[in-house]
Ligand binder design. Structure first.
Ligand SMILES: Nc1nc2c(c(=O)[nH]1)N[C@H]1C(S)=C(S)[C@@H](COP(=O)(O)OP(=O)(O)OC[C@H]3O[C@@H](n4cnc5c(N)ncnc54)[C@H](O)[C@@H]3O)O[C@H]1N2
Ligand code: MOO
Length: 418
């Protein structure tokens, strides 16, 4: 579609409604992702880290599946002292214990049927070739089947992120694969003729600060960013070029994050590009500062769930506000993760609100205390590079020292739970 079809109106919002409230925009993004969630797959345990359980994890057997000694010692039956008639090592199936006898037993070995006590080796007295005597502690020295779970018990609900410990639990409860929602793949498309990809800025040109950072944030939020999806670098500021770039990215990625062009400057073509691709706006401007011109559109896919374009404003900090406002809940929904209430922090110093808009204030958080960072203008990244996330100052309010506020954490730990 030619650029001339949209003279001077390229970036106009598609709605005359006021911008959506920030909390509502987050909820809309989550619900949209949830509705488009892909079918679960069975992932080998080694490949499940970071994905989300698509159905509850249940125990395949009692846990433990058989009585297991928790100590090295002697299993005994009847009154002592006892002749030691054998040895049970981990991994074997012992005969039932005969009355008046003992067997040596190792930690992790299956306890013989009819065992009454296990005497720890350090509490036992065994003469070479002779009888063993000793006193067992009052508490049972072995784990009974079902101590941890009965066969069929739910160990974890659906929607839980798979961590290394979850992988271990799946293994010890008898699973070879985990039912997971596959990671959404995400791509970044950066617009802007002013953007350089190497060297120092100057002479009207600036460095692209988002192309290099967004894929890493997206991976920390659980998306896959396959090599090759990043594109060739900034896309030139024409409608045909931007439409083609978004269309190409949508072929491979369920979520395409565009950067720039969300406003109505002379070369802001994003909304026209989305119109050309049949996009439907779910969020078109949000009452949040910075970042209010952000948007979320779904692009229909015949015979399948829709794909998504998240329009991030070009100012770098506004783009990251969009990441925590729209992309994080969208990816949570697509992964089938539970909708997460925001944690809270205590503000250490006053901070101005932004009138009728929610203010996302970049803060450094230490021991639950949030201190606003300096150099936090929406075109800056210096403050954000030291921030842990954004304190949320509600519309119509200012933040006072001591206020307990929700905050939107940045997913700082590589591969960690955001
Ligand atoms: N008349 C008005 N103009 C602007 C307003 C407004 O309310 N009225 N709002 C300003 C705000 S706030 C933002 S945010 C931007 C959003 O504009 P766009 O999303 O259309 O973004 P661009 O115009 O393309 O770029 C804005 C700014 O960011 C720089 N930029 C863009 N991409 C990158 C990148 N990848 N890395 C680093 N910096 C980037 C770009 O050079 C511009 O300086 O609109 C304002 N204008
Ligand atoms: O809204 Mo702009 O996105 O404040 O920097």
């Amino acid at each position: 579609m030619a650029a001339a079809t949209f003279p001077r109106r390229y970036g106009r919002p598609v709605t005359t409604e006021p911008p959506m409230a920030w909390t509502e925009a987050r909820a809309v993004a989550y619900a949209a992702g949830r509705a488009a969630r892909p079918e679960p797959v069975a992932a080998p345990l080694a490949e499940a880290d970071g994905l989300t359980l698509a159905s509850p994890l249940t125990a395949r057997t009692d846990m433990p599946a058989f009585p297991v000694s928790t100590v090295d010692g002697y299993a005994v039956r009847g009154p002592g002292p006892w002749p030691v008639v054998g040895r049970v090592l981990a991994g074997s199936v012992p005969e039932p214990l005969r009355p008046g006898t003992a067997v040596q037993i190792a930690t992790g070995a299956m306890v013989p049927a009819a065992t009454e006590h296990i005497i720890r080796v350090e509490d036992a007295d065994q003469r070479p070739g002779g009888l063993v005597s000793g006193v067992a502690p009052p508490a049972r020295q072995w784990r009974e089947p079902g101590d941890e779970a009965a066969g069929g018990d739910e160990l974890l609900p659906a929607g839980v992120p798979v961590t290394p410990a979850v992988i271990g639990l799946a293994a010890i409860s008898g699973h070879d694969t985990l039912p997971v929602t596959p990671a959404a793949s995400a791509a970044v498309v950066v617009f802007g003729d002013e953007l350089l990809t190497a060297g120092p800025p100057g002479r009207g040109r600036i460095r692209d600060g988002l192309g290099p950072q967004l894929p890493a944030w997206l991976r920390r939020l659980g998306a896959a960013t396959p090599a090759g999806l990043a594109g060739p670098g900034p896309v030139e500021d024409t409608l045909p070029a931007q439409t083609a770039a978004v269309e190409a990215a949508l072929k491979h990625a369920e979520v395409v994050c565009t950067v720039g062009g969300t406003m109505h400057g002379p070369v802001d073509h994003l909304r026209a590009a989305l119109a050309a691709l049949g996009g439907r706006h779910l969020v078109d401007r949000v009452a949040v500062r910075p970042g209010w011109s952000m948007l979320l559109a779904e692009i229909p896919v015949p015979g399948g769930p829709p794909r998504f374009v998240v329009g991030m404003p070009g100012n770098p900090q506004s783009a990251i506000v969009t990441l925590v406002s729209l992309v994080a809940p969208l990816l949570d929904g697509l992964a089938g993760r539970a909708e997460r209430p925001l944690p809270t922090v205590r503000l250490t110093e006053p901070a101005r609100g932004r009138g009728g808009a929610t203010h996302l204030l970049p803060v450094r958080v230490e021991h639950g205390a949030a201190t606003p960072v300096r150099h936090a203008g929406s075109a800056m990244l210096r403050g954000l590079a030291r921030a842990d996330g954004f304190a949320v100052i509600a519309p119509g309010t200012d933040g006072a020292a001591g206020d307990v506020l929700p905050w939107a954490p940045l997913p700082l730990v590589p591969g960690g739970r955001p």
